[in-house]
Design a protein around this ligand. Sequence first.
Ligand code: S3P
Length: 174
Amino acid sequence: MLKSNNIVLIGFMGVGKGSVAREVIKHSEYITLDTDDMIESMQNKKIKDIFEQDGESYFRKLESDVAKWLESSVKNTLISTGGGFYKQENLKKIGIVVLLDSPFEKIIKRIKHHPNAMKKLKKRPLLRDLKKAKELYDERRPEYLKIADIVIDVTKKSVLECSKELLKKVKAHA
Ligand code: S3P
């Protein structure tokens, strides 16, 4: 069987998966896909509206449909995922799993300092209540670390530094 050569980027909401993915493709042959964008196109609806109108479990079902399709049909791609996508059973079959890691407080600080901070918070239903979001982070972080093949601590690093580190570590892992 051919190796997929995909990279699956996981990590908590707001850690910078999209920004790092966009930077990596500037410095490599990868193309990029984003599971949230795919779901929004499939449904012709924003993630927050899917959560509000159809519920979180419906959203998770859509994530699993996307995961199956990625495994069967996608190669040589950097796949940026939503923060809960790491739970997909076939995650490791899709590609090499890279975690972007940072403490919760730093992630929130990063979002709040962003020029589009309000938009970034609004579009993420699970970030609206920061106490609950912290609980979710504490629950998920050990699971992220367990499933990741490669971990990149993004704290205090530029997007460019993170993207270079990612490409170096992926190459060394192959
Ligand atoms: C979620 C993260 C979001 C999005 C949805 C659920 C999660 O993506 O998939 O709101 O469960 O952590 P980002 O990680 O890109 O914010």
